[in-house]
Design a protein around this ligand. Sequence first.
Ligand SMILES: C[S@@+](CC[C@H](N)C(=O)[O-])C[C@H]1O[C@@H](n2cnc3c(N)ncnc32)[C@H](O)[C@@H]1O
Length: 257
Amino acid sequence: MTSPWNPAQYERFSNERTRPFLDLLAMVAPVPGGRVVDLGCGTGELTRMLHEHPGAAETVGVDSSETMLAKSTQFAGAGLRFEQGTLETYRAGAPFDVVFSNAAYQWVPGHVALIPGLTALVAPGGQFAFQVPANDDHASHVVAREVAAEEPYRSALGGYERTWPVMPPEWYAETLDALGFAAVNIRMQVYGHHLESTAAVVEWVKGTYLTDYARRMPAELYERYLVRYREALLSRLGERSPFFYTYKRILVHARRA
Ligand SMILES: C[S@@+](CC[C@H](N)C(=O)[O-])C[C@H]1O[C@@H](n2cnc3c(N)ncnc32)[C@H](O)[C@@H]1O
């Protein structure tokens, strides 16, 4: 099966998607000569900035999608490299001085096991930093699930229901504290995006949340799903131009004692 991740679609809102990355990056302290891993690195463009910002000697970007990684070669070099792998099993080269991830952990179910498992990658004194979307209750996501529950999509999905693994921010704080991390710093931030119109929300969600449905439906049916989703979303949110799209995200930074 080809990957539903489409760099061109994802990058349509690259300015908006870069803002939380930069906010997370600002939480990371320099690690001159250190080693960094970027889990779910995507195209690698932001990994290049991650590599340069803390002055790392070596950074590895890891992603499971061949199509996203195809663009990464242009950013590799000078201590930065990319590998195909899944973030839940990647352990090569651990421990790292910075274990970083921007907008990827929401794709992996079971954060109760995932997060403690990932902290094993962090060196003593090292930093654990990640950002996950927490916008599952916005109409953009609610309507996507409602339409997926309608026929014929429901049958095509074989009863699959999109569940959201992201936990409340307090859970990440308590878990990292219990694991012995110091200076646990967690933020819930609302990002506001002035999109061209309500319909632009469909283009945004197509680049991320809906990839899960795209991978599970035949292409022709997914196109029908998109038409129905657009109609239902515009009716829920109203047709506005511009449209102010709010997007909540959790930013986490902690240091291993
Ligand atoms: C929303 S993109 C974020 C990409 C990049 N971090 C950024 O900020 O632009 C999510 C990325 O996570 C990757 N991904 C999703 N599940 C993954 C997994 N289990 N292991 C590795 N990568 C994964 C996808 O292939 C995609 O490139």
